[in-house]
Design a protein around this ligand. Structure first.
Ligand code: KG4
Ligand code: ZN
Length: 413
């Protein structure tokens, strides 16, 4: 059953014209198999995504509208703007998905939608749209936890059995969890402040990378990765955060402030105004990327050792999954590969397009829940979105108490 929380939000009523718009779905002639089909809808942040996935993991159709270019211009996500863009695009995205899938809504076994956590205004658009579809076509509804969906995506692309360890790193999230079942998670650690993607976005903005000819259309994290390739990280010494805390938590605010100060110092030294691009921008990008990679690697290493020590992961067959937008960073992946090799673990990452937000992961999470018979609602009266929602059972105190010392690894990246 869906747990209602005090933070749960009210569902905004969409304009009438949108409701009637649904009646125009084209019904495609299709030989129906007994294969279950789930429509997944994602609107938790700044991507409007939808997909239809079948029981075997085939993606019948998908569509995605990214708001990145709009938010890059305003220097970050403005929630009412994100809401408006979701409203403008959701119907088209779902119609395109159903059309590409060559199915009509009546062929669906269920509709799965992200309802937590995320931006309240964005979640509300996806939820109210989905509930109209659910009511109109009398379909079961599967509420989805956004981070659960990121974590399970790997089971769509690879044959991965439970349990496995997952590191989720994006613009809004940073956590390490043991995935024991479809909705059975142990939280080992999380960011105590901002997420790594958020920090990289802020550094990229401070470096004015939007004015850089090669980076102007890239997200902050991608721009940092791109620029870092030409930079020399050894020009700056930036220590990774929390080196003495023997837990699996993360912190990125301190790193952001250190880089901020460094940029201000360099601007003075180079005699340029805030807003102009530093000649040392690539070196700064390389140094911040390296510190981020080392921080993520060390906490993840400790998590693997903790799970092996407590017999939570198989000593011979341990799997580490890394997902979320920041997981598309190849430098960070390399650092995690070094850790995985040292700890005798197999590292798996979904392809980059499935690491960032998308409708496929939501539809797949719907299939996983449908197969396990978990959280399938036939009455949607009490469903609310939840902007804040932890993932799983928090055992981070136990992890800290174990105070596992992580062997030093040579990060020759
Ligand atoms: O998962 P995602 O699409 O959205 C959520 O935040 O949930 O992740 C977006 C984040 C942004 O902060 C972006 O800067 C970061 O992922 N990102 C990257 C890269 N590509 C996207 N960070 C580092 N390296 C990249 N290549
Ligand atoms: Zn995400």
């Amino acid at each position: 059953m869906l747990m209602l929380r005090k933070t749960a939000g009210a569902i905004p009523k969409p304009p009438k014209s949108k409701v009637y718009g649904f009646l125009r779905f084209i019904v495609h002639p299709r030989t129906l198999s007994c294969n279950k089909l789930v429509l997944g809808i994602e609107t938790s942040c700044d991507d409007t995504g939808a997909a239809v996935v079948d029981e075997t993991g085939n993606v019948l159709g998908e569509a995605l509208h990214s708001q990145t270019q709009v938010h890059l211009k305003t220097g970050g996500i403005v929630p009412p703007v994100a809401q408006q863009l979701h409203r403008e695009n959701i119907q088209r995205i779902v119609e395109e998905t159903l059309s590409a899938s060559r199915i009509s809504p009546s062929d669906l076994s269920a509709i799965a939608t992200t309802i937590k956590p995320g931006l309240a205004l964005s979640l509300g658009v996806g939820l109210s749209f989905s509930l109209q579809l659910v009511n109109q076509f009398k379909k079961p509804f599967i509420p989805i936890h956004h981070m659960e969906a990121h974590a399970l995506t790997i089971r769509l692309t690879n044959k991965v059995e439970f349990p496995f360890l997952v590191l989720l790193i994006s613009g809004g999230h940073c956590l390490l969890a043991l995935v024991q079942g479809v909705s059975d998670f142990l939280l080992l650690g999380k960011s105590l402040d901002i997420a790594p993607g958020d920090m990289l976005d802020k550094v990229a903005r401070r470096l004015s990378l939007i004015k850089h000819p090669e980076c102007s259309t890239m997200t902050g994290g991608k721009a940092i990765e791109h620029l870092a390739k030409e930079g020399n990280r050894f020009h700056f010494t930036i220590n990774p955060p929390m080196q003495n805390a023997k837990n699996c938590d993360f912190s990125f605010t301190g790193l952001q402030h250190i880089i901020d100060k460094l940029i201000t110092h360099k601007e003075k030294e180079e005699g340029i105004e805030k807003g102009q691009i530093l000649s040392s921008a690539a070196d700064i990008a390389a140094a911040v990327q390296h510190a981020t990679a080392c921080h993520l690697a060390k906490r993840t290493h400790r998590a693997i050792l903790f799970c092996k020590q407590k017999n939570l992961l198989s000593p011979a067959n341990a799997v580490l999954v890394v997902s979320g937008g920041v997981a598309s960073n190849l430098y960070i992946r390399k650092a995690l590969e070094i850790v995985a090799n040292a700890a005798q673990c197999t590292l798996l990452c979904p392809p980059p397009r499935l690491c960032t937000d998308n409708g496929v992961m939501i539809a797949w999470n719907g299939i996983e829940r449908l197969r396990a018979g978990l959280g399938i609602l036939h009455d949607v009266e009490d469903v609310r979105y939840e902007p804040k929602c932890p993932l799983g059972v928090d055992i981070s105190r136990e992890v800290a108490e174990a105070a596992i010392k992580v062997p030093r690894l040579k990060m020759a990246l």
